[in-house]
Structure formats: structure tokens, C-alpha cells
Design a protein around this ligand. Structure first.
Ligand code: GLC
Ligand code: CA
Length: 558
């Protein structure tokens, strides 16, 4: 095997990361709530799936107004999820299987019950007063500016006892920290160090681009269109302030003192321009290792739209920056509920997963997508998400994608022995892990196969990305590394479409609908099945062909 001096790449670039919503993954003690022991018990399933890292949504003590995104103790474990010992066991057992653990870190705000905030609100003279963003009202008790809370209403809450207002970008129960105060940064850096010392492999940084607010608290400019008042503002003074990137750089410098640790930031921005704003957080390799920009998540199901956002995000992140790809998380509707109907679920699940797993960048999967879990319709009486309650009956709630993992056809889908905190999908006897494992044609087996391909094919992990021109409905690209080429063709339409496989080589099928693994296909026009997929590797590449392609690439300016 040729040594290039480039043999080792960090795990977070080559690996696949799987997000767990701990409350809904596996309940080990029969209280209807998922927990850390439940996750530990399912590690072999995750190893079998082939993932390299787990991102756990917040597991710290919290009054759970926002299900853990309102932290009241950054060094502990929420009792409903277990103990610190349970966490150490999970970490050790995961590491023993080569699986890393990434914690979710909420730096922008704490719970209103965090001791820091209790102290801060106790009096204007409190030494922690300036840890949060307090301000006098504009005459008549009016808020200091026009900022809105992302979860509804204005962003300022009046505190009668001390007769000032505090800022909350999300719920009233989530007061924003004042990152202009160095003591806040210092305290958070110590928390980061505490978990890294314990062996945690990295952090997903919640709403990281919200961190530092405009020093003068200027009004955001308004815009005409948008569903909610929040959407009718341009968030230029409450988000993406340049000082935030400085904080991110300092966080990165700290994290780099431990080997192989990783920071992935949630950098949500509205289109247009969302991806370029998100890309800035890489800071030329001195900021976040990875960032979520959400453009793929918001793309509509067409080869053209997907192709456009992929080219944009990929193009914005030349190495050492590195893209992430994801189609699902705990804030979004589930992939197949957004993009598929009953008749094409399996096929579109293959298209979506193949895309995320074969692009240049790190794939993030959301628990349950590998078995094709769907949104669950939640009756009003069982709503949990504060966003859903605030905006009922608008369909903005996040509960539908946070329901219990469907392990088997047993009662409560094998998730728990009692009725879980959110209802299980009514079709769980059909859609569950046990059944998927028994069926070689299932989506689960497809995920396992494509994840394994990433491990086997260096071109899929490290290769360059180049779009292949295609007719309508088809998205095609080639990943290439040191002469090895893997082509991916995806049909976004539910009818057969012609697709172009590069000529001058013969192709061996690695994974496909409509072809057997190992089949040989000549380059040229082929037909893709409805919602079909082809992943194939070039065999015996001819020097002349490579040469002409390189010229083509140069001409296309890539
Ligand atoms: C992020 C989280 C979301 C949470 C919010 C406030 O967007 O993903 O779940 O509600 O931040 O912390
Ligand atoms: Ca439990």
C-alpha cells in the first residue's frame, strides 16, 4: 500500500457520528425515560451499525423546560439519565468498542435555576449580576430593544424584585449568559477542561453563533416576510457578532491541549448566505473543527436543489476546513416524513443515506433514521416541547421526531416496560430494529453496507468531490483519491432516469438498487431505477482518461 505521509486523518473527519436523544433511546429502569445505562446496553448495536462517535443531546441536571438545553449544573448528570458513574461506564464501554463520545454543551444560556442565575437575580449588587445580560427598560418599562425570543415573545423578561430586564434568546427559563464578561468564559473553559480530563472526545456546541451580543444592544433591522415576529427580523445584532469567533478560537486553543478532541458547532442561519456565515466559524482551521449549516436539511427533494446546496457548502470549506452532512436531528421533522411517501420510503431512505454517507465530509445520523423511523403525531394532551405548546396549532413542535427508539415489536417497542414519556409510533410492530435485522433488504442493512464501504474505500473518506453532469432528476458525483475513483448516482425522481457514468473505465458495483454488488458496468449512459442508487468503483483506470479528466477539471476551475 502506498504511503503518502497522509495516512492518518482524525476520527472526526473519517468517521460517522450518530446523534442520540438520550431521553428516547433506551430505558433501562422502567420509568419511561431513556437513560445512560440504556445507551450502554445498546452499544453493540451501534458498533454493528459501524458508527465511530455518538453525540448525546444534553445529559446534565436540568429542570427540563427545554429538555436539557436549560442546564442547572454543567458538571453533573441528570438523575433521570443516571449518575456520573453510569457516564464513566458508558464512556469506557464506548471507547472499548472504538466509539467516541461527544457531549452537547450549551454555552449561550443556562437554566433560570442555575445557581449562577439565582445569584445574579438576587440583587443588582450581586457579584454574579454581570454574568447575565441585565438592562433597564426604556421609559415605561419597555424592553431595551426589539429583540425577539426564538421560542416566542420578546427576548426580555422583567424581574420585579430588582426592577430590571434580563435577556433570553430562547425560553424565559433560559437566560443568556454575558460572554463579554471574562469570568463567564473562564468558568465555561473550566467546565470544558473538566469533561476533557474525564475522557470525553468533544462537544457539540449549541447555538454557538448566538454567543456574544451587540455591545450597544442595537435594534435588529426588520424585514417584511416571515411567519413569526422572530422571523421578521434580520438577526445581525443578536447573532454572529465578530467577537463570537474570537471566543471560538480560544475554545479551540483550549481543546487542542488534549489529543484528538473535536468541536462541532450548531451554526444556524437563515438563507440566503446561511452557509457562508456558518463556514466562517472554521476560521481557517483555528475555529470549529466542524459546523452544521442546515442548508442540506432545508433543501427540497430535487437533484437540482440538493446539488446546489452541496456544491455551495463543499466549496466554502476547503481543507483544513471540513464539511458536515446531515438530514436529521432533534429539532427537525424526520427525513422520511419530509421526503418520502409510503410507496417510496425504503428507496428514498437509500438515496438520502447514500448521499450523506458518501459526500466529502463528516456524516451525522439521527437515531432511528437507519430503520426508517417516522414522525409521530402527538395529541395535544401529550405535547412536551415548549415550542409546540407556545405555537399550537402551528406545526413547529419538535416532539414528533423525538419519540422512543423502536427496538422490537414488544410492548412500547422494546424501549421501556412502561408507557414512555412520548408516544411510540403506531407502526412500531412493522418498523423496528429486530425486524430490520432479520430482513436483508431493509434500510438498516443498507446503512450498514454503506457505512462499511466508507471504511473500505479511501476515496469515500478522503477523496475529492466533483459533480458529474447529469440530466434532470439525477445527482451524480465522483470521489477520487490517489487514482481511486468511486462514482455515486442518485435518482431523485420516482420514475426511471438515464444517468451518465464516466466513460473510459469499467465500473464495479459497490452498492446499488437494481444491480448486484460486484456486477461490472461499462461507462456511458445507464438507467437508474425509480428512486434508485448506484455506487460504483472504477477498475483499471486508464492514464489517458485520468489526464483528460484533470484537464476538464482545470477548465471547470476546480
Ligand atoms: C438548539 C438546540 C435546541 C434548543 C435550542 C436552545 O437549537 O438544538 O434543541 O432548544 O438550541 O438551547
Ligand atoms: Ca429510565
Amino acid at each position: 500500500m502506498a504511503m503518502t505521509g497522509d495516512e492518518s486523518r482524525p476520527w472526526w473527519q473519517e468517521g460517522v457520528i450518530y446523534q442520540i436523544y438520550p431521553r428516547s433511546f433506551a430505558d433501562s429502569n422502567g420509568d419511561g425515560i431513556g437513560d445512560l445505562r440504556g445507551i450502554t446496553q445498546r452499544l453493540d448495536y451501534l458498533r454493528e451499525l459501524g458508527v465511530d462517535g455518538l453525540w448525546l443531546s444534553p445529559i446534565h441536571p436540568s429542570p427540563m423546560f427545554d429538555f436539557g438545553y436549560d442546564v442547572s449544573d454543567y458538571r453533573g448528570i441528570a438523575p433521570e439519565f443516571g449518575t456520573l458513574d453510569d457516564f464513566r461506564t458508558l464512556l469506557a464501554e464506548a471507547h472499548a468498542r472504538g466509539i467516541r463520545i461527544v457531549l452537547d454543551l450549551v454555552l449561550n444560556h443556562t437554566s433560570h435555576l442555575h445557581p449562577w442565575f439565582l445569584e445574579s437575580r438576587s440583587s443588582r449588587e450581586s457579584p454574579k449580576r454581570d454574568w447575565y445580560i441585565w438592562h433597564d427598560g426604556r421609559g415605561g418599562g419597555q424592553p431595551p430593544n426589539n429583540w425577539q425570543a426564538a421560542f416566542g415573545g420578546g427576548a426580555w423578561e422583567w424581574d420585579e424584585a430588582t426592577r430590571q430586564l434580563y435577556l433570553h434568546s430562547f425560553l424565559v427559563e433560559q437566560p443568556d449568559l454575558n460572554w463579554r464578561n471574562p469570568a463567564v468564559e473562564q468558568a465555561m473553559m473550566e467546565i470544558v477542561a473538566y469533561w476533557l480530563d474525564m475522557g470525553v472526545d468533544g462537544f457539540r456546541l449549541d447555538v454557538i453563533n448566538w454567543l456574544v451580543k451587540d455591545e450597544q444592544l442595537r435594534d435588529n433591522p426588520t424585514k417584511l416576510l416571515g411567519r413569526r415576529p422572530y422571523d421578521r427580523q434580520r438577526h445581525i445584532y443578536d447573532r454572529n457578532r465578530p467577537e463570537t469567533i474570537d471566543v471560538v478560537r480560544r475554545l479551540r486553543a483550549l481543546v487542542d491541549r488534549w489529543p484528538e478532541r473535536m468541536l462541532v458547532g450548531e451554526v444556524y442561519n437563515e438563507p440566503p448566505g446561511n452557509s457562508s456565515l456558518s463556514a466562517e466559524y472554521c476560521a481557517g482551521g483555528e475555529g470549529l473543527h466542524l459546523a452544521f449549516d442546515f442548508s442540506l436539511l432545508y433543501a427540497s427533494w430535487s437533484a437540482e436543489d440538493f446539488g446546489r446546496v452541496i456544491d455551495t457548502w463543499d466549496g466554502l470549506l476547503p481543507e483544513p476546513c471540513w464539511p458536515t452532512w446531515t438530514l436529521g436531528n432533534h429539532d427537525q421533522r424526520r427525513i422520511l416524513s419530509r421526503y418520502a411517501s409510503e410507496s417510496n420510503r425504503l428507496a428514498r431512505g437509500r438515496v438520502a443515506s447514500t448521499l450523506v454517507l458518501t459526500l466529502r465530509g463528516t456524516p451525522f445520523l439521527y437515531y432511528g433514521e437507519e430503520i426508517g423511523m417516522l414522525d409521530v403525531k402527538i395529541p395535544r394532551a401529550r405535547l412536551q416541547d415548549p415550542l409546540a405548546k407556545a405555537y399550537w396549532p402551528l406545526p413547529v413542535g419538535r416532539d414528533p421526531a423525538r419519540t422512543p427508539m423502536q427496538w422490537s415489536a414488544a410492548a412500547h417497542a422494546g424501549f421501556s416496560t412502561v408507557e414512555p414519556w412520548l408516544p411510540v409510533h403506531p407502526e412500531y410492530t412493522e418498523i423496528n430494529v429486530e425486524r430490520a435485522e432479520a430482513d436483508p433488504g431493509s434500510l438498516l442493512h443498507w446503512y450498514r453496507r454503506v457505512i462499511r464501504l466508507r471504511r473500505e474505500e479511501v476515496a469515500l473518506r478522503r477523496g475529492t468531490y466533483r459533480r458529474l453532469p447529469q440530466g434532470s432528476g439525477v445527482l451524480g458525483y465522483v470521489r477520487e483519491h490517489e487514482g481511486e475513483r468511486v462514482a455515486v448516482l442518485l435518482n431523485f425522481e420516482s420514475r426511471p432516469r438515464p444517468a451518465a457514468l464516466p466513460t473510459g473505465a469499467s465500473w464495479r458495483v459497490l452498492a446499488a438498487s437494481g444491480h448486484r454488488v460486484g456486477d461490472r458496468i461499462a461507462g456511458g449512459t445507464i438507467e437508474l431505477e425509480p428512486d434508485g442508487v448506484l455506487v460504483a468503483k472504477a477498475t483499471a483506470p486508464q492514464a489517458r482518461t485520468l489526464g483528460s479528466e484533470a484537464r476538464g477539471r482545470a477548465a471547470a476551475g476546480r
